[in-house]
Design a protein around this ligand. Structure first.
Ligand code: CO8
Length: 258
């Protein structure tokens, strides 16, 4: 496959694995890394052989935030003119499910990147936080918005205003993380989930993701309307007939569209 400078890519069956790979800087996120990540995600999103994508980091860090050394000299005008971070959010435009497997630190932009994914799984020694306040700034890639939606106002205010870290257990209890696994088996467990998702009919998987994400954007009545329309439309697929026929005949469905 394609070689990237800041990430590693690999596929296992219908699952793609992207590993953030700047270990010397604890996978600190910079523009070249985010470009590699977004490029690889777009390639897999378009790849008919892929049904789900796992994004992971290293043992010590998923990502310790945006690169502070690079950010320190930036000015308001630089940031504004170049729309700094504006082009880092390509993750949220990917249609296939993205599972974050977080071992170690997911801080600042690292936590924000994990929250741009669809499901977060954590190793038991993972650490989450939005410590930007300690650097004289605030979260810049969704931390104040997505964390509030994930864990509520009070817990988010505490994280964002004090910069304190949250361990994996707390993150799971708060609802930021779907499940916690022993660090050594995290990737294997997440791959199992990704394999399951990738085994289903792709149109229903894409619509399920789209419908859940809609709930973050529109009032309940609009979200329910959108869900109903998608639900109805799936009855136009061969895979709805196949899935329901297979259930009745107690056999495994043979999906036409993956
Ligand atoms: N940027 C650049 N380099 C970093 C970063 C970072 N965010 N984090 C760690 N490093 C580097 C260190 O400078 C060090 O390099 P060197 O050996 O050259 O000095 C190396 O990684 C190892 O780090 P430490 O020696 O500090 O390791 P420790 O185990 O002592 O500590 C910590 C680990 C606690 C993770 C510590 O490194 C730390 O606090 N890091 C900074 C965490 C942080 O403040 N993150 C928020 C950054 S601001 C931000 O993310 C804004 C969001 C913008 C949007 C992003 C969009 C996706």
């Amino acid at each position: 496959g394609h070689q990237y400078a800041n990430i590693l890519t690999e596929t296992k069956g219908r699952v793609a694995i992207i590993t953030l790979n700047r270990p010397d800087a604890l996978n600190a996120l910079n523009s070249p890394l985010m470009k590699d990540l977004n490029d690889a995600l777009r390639v897999y999103d378009a790849d008919e052989g892929i049904g789900a994508i796992v994004v992971t980091g290293g043992e010590k860090a998923f990502a310790a935030g945006a690169d502070i050394k690079e950010m320190q000299p930036l000015t308001f005008v630089d940031n504004y003119k170049k729309n700094f971070i504006g082009d880092w959010t390509g993750v949220t435009t990917i249609r296939k499910p993205i599972l974050a497997a977080v071992n170690g630190f997911a801080l600042g932009g690292g936590c924000e990147l994990a929250m741009m994914c669809d499901i977060i799984y954590a190793g038991d020694r993972a650490v989450f936080g939005q410590p930007e306040i300690k650097l004289g700034v605030i979260p810049g890639a969704g931390g104040t918005q997505r964390l509030t939606k994930a864990i509520g106002k009070s817990k988010t205010m505490e994280q964002v205003l004090t910069g304190k870290f949250m361990n994996a257990e707390e993150a799971e209890k708060a609802g930021l993380v779907a499940r916690v696994f022993p660090a050594a088996s995290l990737l294997e467990e997440v791959l199992k989930v990704a394999k399951t998702i990738a085994s289903y009919s792709l149109p229903s998987v894409l619509m399920a993701k789209e419908a859940v994400n809609k709930s973050f954007e529109v009032p309940l009545s609009e979200g329910l309307h959108f869900e109903r329309r998608l639900f109805h439309s799936l009855f136009a697929t061969e895979d709805q007939k196949e899935g329901m026929d297979a259930f009745q005949n107690k056999r495994k469905p043979q999906w036409k569209h993956q």
